[in-house]
Design a protein around this ligand. Sequence first.
Ligand SMILES: [Zn+2]
Length: 862
Amino acid sequence: MKQLYRSYAQSTEIFTKYSKDYEKHFTLETIGKTWEKRDINLITISSDIKNAHKKPALFFTGTIHAREWVGHELAIEFTKYILENLEHDLMLQEYLEKATIYMVPCANPDGYEYSRNHFSFWRKNRRVNADGTFGVDLNRNFPIGFISSSKTNSNIYGGPNPFSEPESQALRDFVLAHKNITIALDYHSQGNVFFPAHDFRHEDTLDTSDMNILCANMAEEIRKISGREYGIHQGKPPAKLISGSGREFYYSQGIISSVVEVGTRNISDYMEDMNENLREHIPALLSAVKEVPNYKKNSKVIRVKSFEVSDIGSSHVDLAWEYEKDENIYFEVYRSNQNKMFCMDANLLAKTQSHCFSDINLESNKDYFYNIRAVNKKTRIKSPFFPQIRVKTSLEFDEFSRTYYASAATTGYVSENLKSNHKHFGINSLFVGVDENKGISYALITINVKTLASNAIIKSASFNLYPINRVSTTIEKYGEWNVGIVNQDTMGDITSFDDVDTMDIVSYIGQATQSSQLTQGIWRSWHLSGIECLTLKKYIKNDQIVLRVEGPKELKIARSKQMMQWDIGYGKFGFGLTYRPRLELTYHVDTNITSLYPKEVNTISNKSILNNVATCGFDNEGKKIYSFFEFNLSSLPTYDYTMITKAYFELNSKAIYIKDDIRFHLEFIDENTMKSYKAISSREIIQNIGYDVSANELKNNQTQYFMFDSFAQIELNKKLKEKVDVSFILKATSSKKSIKNKTISWELLNKDLAPKLIIEHISKRRFPVKEVENAKILNDNGKTKIVWENPKDADLKGVLIIKNAYRAPLSHVDGQKLYAGNDEFTYDEFGAKDISKYYAIFTYDDVPNYSKPVFIKYEAKK
Ligand SMILES: [Zn+2]
């Protein structure tokens, strides 16, 4: 395994050779000496090495942790790739025309050699500590968030003080002397995850979207090559934050900065895994190089000034933004359906010079994420991204939705070899898979769905788990994780491994998650098919759904674990309540059917108006005879609580048949039309109902249905609101010029055959309940407390609070969710005191309809 990894001396030799062979493009220099007097190498790659320092630059650091060999190896391979391809690869030439690459292939040469030659799992450098122990964790020796400790033998001992080590001093001095660095990537192993700088804040920073997108674009390059999915996790309080790291120091210098955790082991099998990792990280790195010029400090291509949602519908989202007038600027707008997704050609919605864009053809009740940047069409330099907008499209008029979270006390994991499985419930994260101590482990998730209407017809559903850590899934491409619906009649004790192992799974849902798709920091969703939605509904028992999550059940030889850890939102590893397992449903309900009989029927001809007769056609002068129908809607439930979902008109002809080409048309007309031949002839038509029917067709089918289209249905809903009568006209047309004395009559007296307006409707609240009142921020012993008063309304189901550091939230999902529930107060436990921010409070009902938000602004303490 160690054979193919190169030693520090070997890489120095390779780089020395490159500096001779490729002197126009490559230099090797020393930026410091280690405790053991090794040179700390720094290499520079540029299309024009003399002017390299004048261009914006990427700063790559590898193997600051001794046992994480990938960084050193990747630096060698990346350099080799560029130098060997630069001559003929136009894309590479263009990238390097605009950007310089600096690399410290191995930031911890002493530790690396110690790990290679003696103790594989050594992590620190080789300082001799005052007490005779060895080593400082160099990635805890930087000043941002530095933690003083006397535990010198700890693996994460940060040293006596920040920058106490020659290695970290060398990195500091180089970065401070090279203000052209715009992006810093620090390579570690393992975990298949990016950790962008977190800035020690709960709130996102202005450049959070930039860092997430940079990492997501790199991740997408990796996925294209191997199918492997990388997580992106910024690590916010209440998660444990990494103190004194290089990444946070670079970020403090205005550099976009991320750690890259490569692979699934500290030291991977070279031929099987490392080769593949190297190959997939080269295009990922190139995508970062491509972004380097766009993050130049004081760039003239600045972010858009604002980015707003002007309207949200069930199938569209309208966006608008502001920018100083500049003919050379156009905008790129990107859309994705998941957080932390890439912004590439594949999801580029628009390139436009306009300041607005309407996105259409969207699905109802779905999350969409929008990103925008400005581009100078001459220089092709792009601006940073504006903070991402998240919206959820509205429900369709006949839809409801629910978001259900796992019930803590009945959610947990059980392991084959553990005696105290019941103790995991409600407290511990969900460990699923297999390891040599615990044996096989399952997770059991119980979800209370009491508020789901009993007549609900589930239209779409997804089950979502938040991956905390994949660090224990150490075997590449082995195993899959599945979620099954439990038949609760076979369930037994959910805290007993044997019972869980033998319970009956009626159906697995969605697609299996492969080990290569396990990520950290990006929700994993299992989307249910239509049939699975039916099964889910069928197996609700005592208002509960129970799901079982399972992973691989056997270990490979010499490997100790293949275990995934998912969040339950509680406990010492949990990221907080919003990260609980979540079931999202969109559903319909059975409709009520109301058949209305006409209040009045007339036959209106040039000569007369007849009551209680329905005849239609042409009189003996060839003039039209109309049938007129009027209905009263008062027997329907009130508008505010009713949605008309379908409507149609039923007519039955009397058995008098004619052969001429006559067709009959039903028209929805203005209810104020006078019942006179003149008024009817010049009537105001709202909409034609359904398709016309020929006289000939009546021969085969006495009963005719005229269906309302969407527009007619909207109009009918309006009439319900206004509580007015609705009127219809049946008219005849013919292709013949002179057609006379031809009429058809329609059944009236027989109730079964009489004209009917058939309306399908559901009871659904149309409008949200009122907003909260008297919302304000209080200081409760140093903690930020938000208080408000709920409206007194029996239909109020709760309030939702969203926090956003840049703007008053544009929707009920545009920001961090802080609270949902029935209380009239909450705390912002982890909020940074020195950042101004907005809180938006929404009320919601059973549908849910969300009220307009009530905004409160927190002003930062200076
Ligand atoms: Zn590391």
